[in-house]
Write a protein that binds this ligand. Structure first.
Ligand code: MG
Length: 168
């Protein structure tokens, strides 16, 4: 049986993963409106990643005898000025999520909940990939100054991204 503190914290994290899904869907919609379908695809895959994160937390909490309580998800930002701005925000967002996962791990350690620690371990590793994915694309965008032929080459590259759920 999971502690009340961890139950509350995981419920909050489910809300934040679902907000991430909403935020990235808003970014996908922005790219759709600009005709950059590869960038749109990148964020549509990210949307699936975020749903996967939320569901992984959902399943764990239920397995441990906790209960999922869904709360309101606030509206995300809807207007963006450039692809560069989108990736700056996405990278900042993933760093924020990493700090949330670290806080969850700190709580699991304080509660001496080894199963929760193992569960959060997956997310610690996942966040390394999430930050790297956003930072790599942000850096490439900076190299091509967010425009021109370079931007279109990136759009072609990002069109190849597919969602591959982890089997772990
Ligand atoms: Mg996530």
């Amino acid at each position: 049986m999971i502690s009340k503190k961890l139950e509350e914290a995981i419920n909050h994290q489910i809300n934040r993963e679902l907000f991430s899904e909403y935020y990235y869907l808003s970014m996908a919609s922005y790219f759709n409106s600009t005709g950059l379908s590869g960038f749109e695809n990148f964020f549509l895959v990210q949307v699936e990643e975020e749903r996967f994160h939320a569901m992984k937390m959902y399943r764990f909490l239920n397995e441990r005898g906790g209960r999922v309580f869904l709360k309101e998800i606030e509206a995300p930002k809807t207007e963006f000025n450039s692809p560069l701005e989108v990736f700056e925000l996405a990278y900042e967002h993933e760093k924020l999520v990493s700090s949330m996962i670290n806080n969850l791990m700190d709580l699991a350690i304080r509660e001496n909940d080894h199963a929760a620690k193992r569960h959060f371990d997956w997310f610690v590793e996942e966040q390394v990939e999430e930050e790297a994915s956003m930072e790599t694309t942000l850096n490439k965008l900076k190299l091509v100054k967010g425009e021109g032929h370079g931007l279109l080459m990136m759009d072609n590259e990002l069109a190849q991204r597919v969602f591959t759920p982890s089997v772990k």
